[in-house]
Design a protein around this ligand. Structure first.
Ligand code: NAD
Length: 337
């Protein structure tokens, strides 16, 4: 028996999670939900996903585009055990009521607040706490990237204090509505940014403060990290810890990966679907211990890093796999990480 998964909100994150779920042998997509016809909806049908309209009033639009729909979200929820909600942030409360009515478990994304589910998820840091839960939030791309490295370093050496500057991509590559194209925007100007408290929704004991700048790029986020560790260690010790983690990829400028552009090209050359980089890209040669503190750079592919975490969250919530490390291994193997 494979777990029956619905995807509500088939955009940047939703379409990637759908393909990642379909690649697993213990879960299947029973349907995806779109509000209106589009090239994405057409391709989803070509891939064999059953297409559902978000509401009855959307069905006419699909008919006009000569697209068959299998029904509405309401009907899909009768078929599904769990729904991955990748709608834009702030629709959470409304949809939560609907999922509750149908007795379907649900996973939201980082655009929703922690309070919606009361539980925020990261595969390595708190898989066991997600076992059997009805509602979970997979934290944002930036928070996922930060939790991965902080959890690894905290487990090995103890994190005393983390100070991080995030240089955020302003828009996704398919986004024609947002900018800036000619500016760097301190965002938010009032510090600190929300990313630190978001990390604390998973790792509450870590002293972390963050600030963020919106940059004129679509490719990746770049994090500059400064961390005080409890135990004394060398740069080699840090490399040895990070290289063992399942979703951290160490790269080197010596291999001509000196920027987010080359990191994305690397993912494409690896033959990844949509050129996705699911792992944190940590520059090995940026790792420095200076005056007793650790410094390094990492790049985060915002469209991709939360995707394997959604797959693991499904396994935990449906208790298909009790052990987090086994789920991560399974997800990674199916995706080719
Ligand atoms: P998106 O705009 O690319 O996709 C959202 C999809 O939901 C679209 O297809 C849209 O048509 C559909 N939709 C809109 N309203 C809907 C409704 N009422 N019912 C059903 N479907 C509806 O957005 P995204 O970037 O995939 O973001 C989805 C979630 O993932 C957000 O919470 C976001 O914060 C989070 N997230 C985004 C990124 C990123 O970089 N794009 C990274 C991590 C997490």
């Amino acid at each position: 028996m494979t777990a029956k998964v619905a995807i509500n909100g088939y955009g940047t994150i939703g379409k990637r999670v759908a393909d990642a779920v379909a690649a697993q042998d213990d879960m299947e997509i029973v349907g995806i939900v779109k509000t209106r016809p589009s090239f994405e909806a057409k391709i989803a049908q070509d891939k064999g996903y059953a297409l559902y309209a978000a509401a009855k009033e959307n069905i006419e639009d699909f008919k006009k585009s000569k697209m068959e729909v299998s029904g509405t979200l309401d009907e899909l929820l009768d078929e599904a055990e769990i729904v991955v909600d990748a709608t834009p942030g702030d629709t959470g409360e409304e949809y939560k009521k609907l999922y509750e009515k149908h007795g379907v478990k649900a996973i939201w994304q980082g655009g929703e607040e922690h309070e919606l589910t009361g539980f925020s998820f990261n595969s390595e840091a708190n898989y066991s706490e997600a076992l059997g839960r009805d509602f979970t939030r997979v934290v944002s791309c930036n928070t996922t990237g930060l939790v991965r490295v902080l959890y690894a370093l905290d487990t090995a050496f103890g994190v005393k204090k983390a100070r991080v500057t995030l240089m955020r991509r302003a828009a996704d590559p398919n986004d024609i509505k947002t900018g800036p194209i000619n500016a760097l925007i301190p965002d938010p100007i009032k510090l600190p940014s929300h990313h630190g408290p978001d990390v604390n929704s998973i790792l509450p004991h870590i002293d972390i403060t963050t600030m963020a700048v919106k940059t004129s790029t679509t490719l990746m986020h770049l994090h500059a990290l400064n961390i005080e560790l409890k135990k004394k260690c060398t740069e080699d010790d840090i490399v040895n810890v990070l290289k063992e983690r399942p979703r951290i990829r160490l790269v080197s400028s010596k291999d001509r990966i000196k920027s987010t552009a080359e990191a994305m090209e690397f993912a494409k050359d690896l033959g990844r679907p949509r050129g996705d980089m699911w792992e944190n890209v940590v520059w090995k040669d940026s790792i420095a211990i200076n005056k007793g503190e650790l410094y390094f750079f990492q790049a985060i592919h915002q469209e991709a890093d939360v995707v394997p975490e959604n797959v693991d969250a499904i396994r935990a919530m449906l208790e298909i796999e009790k052990d987090g490390a086994s789920s991560i291994k399974k997800t990674n193997k199916a995706l080719g990480i």
